[in-house]
Write a protein that binds this ligand. Structure first.
Ligand SMILES: [Zn+2]
Length: 202
């Protein structure tokens, strides 16, 4: 990045927060380039103890199988993003329940051009049989762990996440706070937290 994305002036190097960063020289603009970041999401959808997999039609890893997922748009709630990706890639309607894992990968290494957070959710199956567009996705289906072990090219991260989703109790993950709580709520926030069982029920 050489020019300010706000006002197009050439960026200068300046110490900011303890290290040199590219920054806009215009004090009225104030842009500082902190780096390139992206957010990904993926969903484990279980139906009859089988997990939904899709087969990639595009490079990289064309032909490999993975849980459905993709990038979260900058103005999109993350739960909507994962439900959208499951529907777009596999034609399956599912409702996100809890976050069960995330991966932080630093840009410039295996994580690709941007530093990325990839959040894996567990979703409740609602309806729809797997279907695909034969372009971005060239196959989809629900598979048991036994069946998956017979399929070539199932991504390790997907297998790992499916294993977690199948074994963790249904109330185990981070769930979004809904309704009236003592928590601060702001437009655009999706706040996730552990949901301890109600002590009165114990
Ligand atoms: Zn600027």
């Amino acid at each position: 990045m050489r020019y300010c994305p706000n006002c197009t002036q050439p960026l200068i190097e300046r110490e900011e927060g303890g290290r040199d960063r590219l920054a806009c020289p215009d004090p009225g603009c104030g842009f500082i380039h902190f780096g390139n970041f992206s957010i990904g999401c993926a969903g484990v959808v279980i139906r009859d103890n089988k997990a939904l997999l899709v087969q990639r039609g595009w490079e990289p890893f064309r032909g490999s199988w993975q849980i459905p997922g993709g990038y979260v748009e900058h103005d999109e709630p993350i739960l909507e993003a994962v439900e959208r990706e499951v529907l777009e890639e596999a034609g399956v309607v599912a409702k996100a329940r809890d976050a069960i894992a995330f991966r932080h990968s630093i840009g410039g290494s295996i994580g690709g051009p941007s530093t990325n957070i990839y959040v894996v959710f567990r979703l409740d199956y609602i309806e729809g049989d797997p279907k695909w567009d034969d372009d971005e996705i060239i196959g989809a289906g629900f598979y048991s762990e036994d069946e998956m072990s017979q399929i070539e090219g199932v991504q390790g991260l997907s297998r790992w996440a499916i294993d977690k989703a199948l074994r963790a109790p249904s109330t185990f993950g981070l769930e979004v706070e809904r309704g009236a709580t003592s928590m601060p709520q702001r437009p655009g926030w999706s706040l996730f937290g552990l949901q301890p069982p109600d002590l009165d029920l114990r």
